[in-house]
Write a protein that binds this ligand. Structure first.
Ligand code: ATP
Length: 386
């Protein structure tokens, strides 16, 4: 049985940058800043990213495998890429690095890109990408995420080390982002034994009862106005950059969201049915306004801590999402962080109740493009790419 053992992490671990700052600066020195092309793998949140890039006046590139994928974009002329790179498989992106750089391409990473390439290939991709690729090291393991988020002041669901200790509902999660696939709920050890796949690495987490909210933040390290994140540790006393709340969603998950319609959990088990957590869509939401200060406190702590994770850490850059459950005591439990654009921001191509307050029609995709545009003008691309 593979258990997820807590690894001891120190601040002396090597940096996990993939691409060092000199290499990035070398590439950017050859870039024509007035002719940047925004490139994205045609999946996940690409419609929003392409649409946002176009709104900010960028040329766009779609990267796809399979003619059907490309054809589908004809249905959305407002986001259709100016150019396509068609591949046999996504790993060929690695061989096209020079091709991308010759066209001044900046790649916007999303969950599907990381999944298709594999996280180590993504880190090594020799093309400027938006955000900090180094943060993936911290995001890709549940233990490191926990260390990061708890140090940032977030409360997380408890973890059970020994399945024999299960004496209330728990959720059993397998390693790696699988969009909830294969997760199951257990009420006791018997449930656990019946459902667990012992070949897989798993974590047992307290099942938190409450409402799920996925908070889409954006951190702009180049902005000196607005809600400034206060540094801690080696950055104490410094303002690190501007934190923005762009939108919020809740996921539709099949079949757990509709499960109750068939009866009680006991009835369902008699029919040999188990709840599953496969994400099928997203719905826009807002939270009680009185919860917003705590949401900002958690996000600020998470960003401030991202600069302290290891020596020389570049910290968070751009969009990130705190995945939370709010209990009936009005407390947030954070069960995960995504350190890039999440598909939950897709309902907000035309803006959100939060982003509209500051500027209408500002999606996360457009906000990324705006950030690149601003950095091109102020000659600060090095500060937002990796
Ligand atoms: P992704 O990486 O795509 O976000 P994932 O495979 O890492 O997905 P999680 O986001 O950790 O999966 O969880 C999937 C779903 O399981 C959540 O949306 C939520 O419904 C449920 N869930 C996760 N953790 C808990 C918890 N501790 N208590 C209750 N429900 C949970």
């Amino acid at each position: 049985m593979k258990k997820n053992h807590n690894t001891h992490i120190t601040h002396t671990e090597p940096l996990h940058m993939g691409v060092d700052s000199d290499t990035l600066a070398g590439w950017l020195a050859d870039y024509d800043r007035d002719n940047i092309t925004i490139g994205v793998v045609a999946s996940h949140s690409s419609l929003q990213i392409l649409h946002g890039a176009r709104m900010e006046g960028f040329r766009t590139l779609g990267i796809a495998v399979g003619e059907n994928r490309r054809r589908f974009y004809q249905a959305f002329p407002g986001a259709e890429p100016d150019e396509w790179l068609m591949l046999e498989n996504y790993r060929e992106m690695l061989d096209h690095a020079e091709w991308f750089r010759e066209r001044n391409v900046v790649i916007i990473p999303h969950g599907s890109l990381v999944e298709y390439l594999g996280s180590s290939n993504f880190r090594e991709l020799q093309v400027p990408t938006f955000g900090n690729r180094g943060i993936l090291h911290w995001e890709s393991s549940r233990e490191r995420q926990r260390q990061w988020l708890e140090a940032g002041g977030c409360t997380m669901p408890k973890v059970l080390e020994d399945p024999h200790d299960i004496d209330g509902p728990v959720i059993v999660k397998y390693a790696g982002a699988k969009g909830g696939r294969g997760y199951f709920i257990a009420r006791n050890y018997r449930d656990f034994r019946r459902n667990v796949d012992i070949e897989e690495e798993f974590t047992i987490q307290e099942y938190v009862l409450g409402c799920r909210y996925y908070l889409h933040f954006f951190f702009d390290p180049t902005a000196t106005d607005g809600f400034q994140v206060r540094g801690k540790g080696s950055n104490a006393g410094k303002n690190l950059g501007r934190l923005e709340l762009l939108s919020m969603d809740r996921r539709d998950e099949s079949n757990v969201d509709e499960f109750y319609k068939l009866g009680s959990l006991r009835d369902l088990r008699e029919m040999a049915l188990e709840p599953s957590f496969v994400v099928t869509g997203n719905q826009p939401v807002v939270i009680r306004e009185s919860l917003l200060p705590r949401a900002f406190e958690m996000a600020e702590g998470t960003v401030a801590e991202s600069f302290e994770l290891e020596e020389g850490a570049r910290g968070m850059i751009g969009p990130f999402c705190l995945e939370t459950i709010v209990t009936d005591a009005l407390e947030f439990k954070v069960f995960e962080i995504s350190a890039r654009i999440v598909a939950g921001s897709n309902p907000f191509v035309g803006g959100s109740p939060y982003s509209d307050i500051n500027e209408e029609r500002m999606s996360t995709g457009r906000r990324i493009a705006r950030s690149i545009r601003k950095a091109c003008k102020s000659n600060r691309l090095d500060d937002i790419l990796s």
